[in-house]
Design a protein around this ligand. Structure first.
Ligand SMILES: NC(=O)c1ccc[n+]([C@@H]2O[C@H](COP(=O)([O-])OP(=O)(O)OC[C@H]3O[C@@H](n4cnc5c(N)ncnc54)[C@H](O)[C@@H]3O)[C@@H](O)[C@H]2O)c1
Length: 324
């Protein structure tokens, strides 16, 4: 593989919906020139205005180091796969549908070099499955971003069975140069790291709620005011160190057998899907929202991400202590 120094890496983002647009902004801010590929004819104008409005938002949050025009001029939005031919790294970000992703990989692979890295933002499709759809699968890797990509440090890199570890480490290094705190999962496990941990929490919380033992509001309060008061600073394992309690093992032994190990989908989730409840996206969710309230949550989320990014930055020096 021809490895360019980070700032010279030619990058394309394929799929310019919600996440693709936000990833484009993150990569522009990180100093790259970007080719944004809108794969569906007629999407280019909408994608262009979405990216420009995200750049303006990033500007209003103080994230841009230069004038807005500088970034716009480093962005080339196209509907033609030919334009990505010279790219070293292609970030796929199309809908979560394996058939559509396969069609898109086929087109990407027919234009880029055989050793160009192809990365998927899939949230849940196993990387080994997607990798099988790509010629030279060793250059395929999962690179999972969090919204809004230009304001979050999260980046989850996952190897499929055939991913070359050298390539995964190259992407890890790239991710660091983008200002992220990437994680590397060397084995392709279902749910990667984040969903694996979060779904364990959702199962337990939804089971307690279904049993009538607690409420949605109280489960949220626990996360906001207990976990929320330390998790950005410490994560879960530094917190164990900080508490330093020797009775964890007793609690573990007594509690673990009480936790849910069900494998059916909780009724609350089934109901949300059958009622097309998309939360703040359509004002129909677990909580009720007027349009103004839904909009206020969207705006608060953007502001909060900036605040928490800055807050975490103040304490980063502490993270230099290493695992034993
Ligand atoms: N939204 C999030 O917060 C989030 C977070 C992490 C990962 N992801 C993952 O990122 C990917 C994109 O999600 P999103 O939320 O940006 O979706 P989106 O619906 O906003 O955008 C999807 C993109 O896919 C393209 N697309 C749709 N049909 C297509 C087709 N037939 N051929 C080619 N392209 C097509 C659309 O043009 C659009 O640009 C998914 O794999 C999703 O699981 C999303």
């Amino acid at each position: 593989m021809k490895i360019n120094s980070n700032s010279n890496v030619q990058i394309a983002v394929v799929g310019l919906g919600l996440m693709g647009s936000s990833i484009v902004v993150s990569l522009l801010v990180a100093g790259h020139q970007i080719i944004g590929l809108a794969p569906i004819p007629g999407e280019k104008d909408a994608a262009t205005s979405r990216i420009i409005s995200l750049l303006k938002h990033a500007d209003s949050c103080g994230i841009l180091q230069r004038e807005l025009g500088y970034y716009i001029q480093r962005l080339h939005i196209t509907e033609s796969y030919e334009d990505i031919a010279g790219c070293d790294y292609v970030q796929e970000c199309v809908v979560e549908d394996k058939v559509i992703k396969e069609q898109v990989y086929h087109k990407i692979a027919s234009y880029v070099r055989p050793d160009a890295v192809i990365a998927s933002n899939t949230s849940a499709i196993p990387i080994s499955e997607l990798q099988g759809l790509v010629p030279n699968p060793q250059r395929f890797v999962g690179v999972h971003w969090a919204e809004p990509a230009y304001m979050t440090r999260f980046l989850e890199i996952t190897c499929g069975e055939k991913t070359d570890l050298v390539i995964a480490e190259y992407v890890l290094n790239l991710g660091q140069s983008w200002g992220k705190e990437p994680t590397l999962l060397k084995k392709d496990i279902r749910g990667f790291i984040t969903n694996r941990l979060m779904y364990a929490v959702y199962r337990e919380a939804l089971t307690l709620i279904e049993q009538g033992d607690t409420t949605l509001e109280d489960a949220d309060k626990v996360f906001r005011y207990d976990v929320g008061s330390w998790i950005t600073l410490m994560g879960i394992f530094r917190y164990l160190d900080f508490m330093g309690r020797t009775d964890y093992i007793n609690t573990y032994e007594k509690l673990i057998a009480k936790l849910s190990n069900r494998s059916d989908v909780p009724a609350i989730m089934e109901k949300m899907v059958s009622q097309n409840a998309k939360g703040t996206h359509n004002c129909n969710g677990l909580y009720s929202y007027t349009e103004e309230e839904a909009q206020a949550w969207n705006e608060a989320f953007a502001r909060f991400n900036k605040d928490i990014y800055e807050l975490a930055s103040k304490y980063r020096r502490l993270l230099l202590t290493k695992v034993v």
